[in-house]
Design a protein around this ligand. Structure first.
Ligand SMILES: [Zn+2]
Length: 467
């Protein structure tokens, strides 16, 4: 995610929120799956008792009435005996739930909990399927689910929450699954999503478009966008197909997006092979205050510039292929996306003196306690998207200057490749980087990641940053 700068300034002065206690909600029933997976910031996200392996989402959407009709099939495996289990869902009214093709009881509790009780309890280790049918009008938001566009179209975006507004799921970064979408709209509209477009057929007054994400994905990285798009098709030298879409008032971004092959080449040199089959972007014309790294095809707001595209493409490695374990690990996503776009691209493409840039930034905020007050690791609920953008790039530049380029670049590439299609944490990152350098990084990491004040000079000015 990259916030529009005018919103980021507001974010920068937010105080650190109190951390919620880790609470794996426990009903006391040993045969009930936990209603939350216990993320310290969002304990009710995700669920216990099963792992999802595939989502097959069939929806129809009517732009004038905002009416959504959906049917989602989830393939999952029980990890414990389940008399009852939960899904995360906050969308329109549910008409029917089945488990293994048998009717199931259901109840909706709290903000996004769907409690499902199968007719026959589920056994540990066995696969099962859940089908949920639903219909009703969707509600527009400014970026936590459905967002309406000026043309009358709509799209879904939001981090960490948005997916539950259009399909039921296990909404937690650690339960990745493959994803298929079949979307039907009036034939004059187009549908975009992530992954491969496998069919696009018009029948009577309707168009049905199917999309397939063959690499596993997590909830907030899935999307659907319905608009009167224009398309840009490109191809990388290695054959990877690039499909990008532009809403009616977003056509000016075509120039930036035409550099996507070059941006992907640049990223591959840094972080290893691009992890997905296809790439592209979805350029909306709604005044959204963030752009978002939806998998293989980010959602780009109208203020998107080249720096934003480089940032969201970096996330395809840092955030999408390798995802956080908990939201307190968000520096793995945003510190890397910001450092790559703000420092590495200007350095390698424009020959910018990034040491000078670093020293200027540090000098500017040297005596501003607000700049340093939000820790990069475990920034606190509500502060995930603050210091990672402005303090994060400084941290990685200082780490690079401490380790040296010959150690730093192979190490970060190896780390992200080792966790391809999986998850990683900041403590794991710290441990891993320590194995790749003879320098003791204990004090450095504590100063940059844990502390809520300016790092001491020995950590602020390592190597060539000492001038
Ligand atoms: Zn980002």
């Amino acid at each position: 995610m990259r916030a529009n700068w005018r919103y980021m300034v507001v974010g920068a002065v937010l105080l650190v929120g109190a951390n919620a206690a880790p609470a794996q909600a426990d009903s006391g029933d040993p045969f009930a799956g936990a209603p939350g997976a216990g993320d310290p910031y969002y304990p009710m996200d995700g669920n216990g008792g099963y792992n999802a392996s595939h989502y097959d989402v069939t929806i129809s959407y009517d732009p004038p009435s905002h009416q959504l009709t959906g049917s989602t099939r989830i393939d999952a495996t029980a990890t414990q005996a389940l008399r009852t289990f939960n899904l995360d869902y906050s969308g329109p009214q549910i008409s029917k739930v089945t488990v293994n093709n048998l009717p199931a009881w259901f109840d909706r509790t709290d903000e996004h909990e769907l409690v499902v009780t199968p007719l026959i309890p589920l056994l540990p280790g066995l696969p099962f399927t859940v089908q949920v049918d639903y219909a009703g009008p969707v509600t527009g938001t400014d970026g936590e689910g459905w967002v309406f566009s000026p043309s009358g179209g709509a799209f879904v975006a939001g981090e960490p929450h948005s997916a539950s507004s259009w399909y039921p799921l296990n909404d937690i970064p650690t339960d990745k699954a493959t994803f298929t979408l079949h979307a039907t709209v009036p034939q004059e509209w187009e549908v975009m999503s992530g992954g491969d477009k496998v069919s696009d057929t018009v029948s009577g007054a309707n168009r049905t478009v199917s999309w397939e994400m063959r690499q596993p994905v997590i909830g907030y990285l899935t999307t659907i966008a319905i608009d009167k798009f224009e398309f840009l098709e490109q191809r990388r030298a290695n054959g990877t197909q690039l499909l990008s879409a532009f809403a009616p008032d977003a056509l000016k971004a075509k120039d930036i997006e035409s550099r996507l092959p070059e941006i992907l080449d640049f990223q591959e040199e840094l972080y290893g092979p691009y992890p997905f089959d296809v790439a592209g972007g979805i350029f909306v014309d709604t005044d959204l205050n963030f752009s978002l790294e939806t998998q293989s095809r980010p959602i780009y707001a109208p203020w998107t510039d080249l720096d934003t595209v480089v940032h969201e493409v970096t996330h395809q490695w840092w955030g999408d292929s390798m995802s956080v374990k908990q939201w307190s690990d968000v520096c793995l996503n945003e510190c890397f996306a910001s450092y790559t776009a703000d420092y590495l691209w200007p350095e390698r493409k424009d020959g910018k003196d990034v040491d000078a840039m670093y020293r200027d930034t540090v000098a500017k905020y040297h005596d501003d306690p607000k700049f340093w007050q939000i820790a990069l690791q475990n920034p606190g609920k509500g502060s995930e998207f603050t210091s990672v953008y402005y303090r994060g790039p400084l941290f990685l530049h200082a780490l690079r200057r401490t380790m040296g380029d010959d150690a730093y670049f192979p190490a970060v590439r190896d780390f992200v490749m080792a966790h391809k299609y999986g998850n990683a944490s900041m403590p794991e990152f710290r441990q891993f980087m320590q194995t790749r350098t003879p320098h003791d990084l204990t004090g450095f990491f504590a100063a940059w990641l844990d502390r809520t004040d300016r790092p001491a000079d020995e950590f602020l000015y390592p190597g060539s940053l000492r001038s």
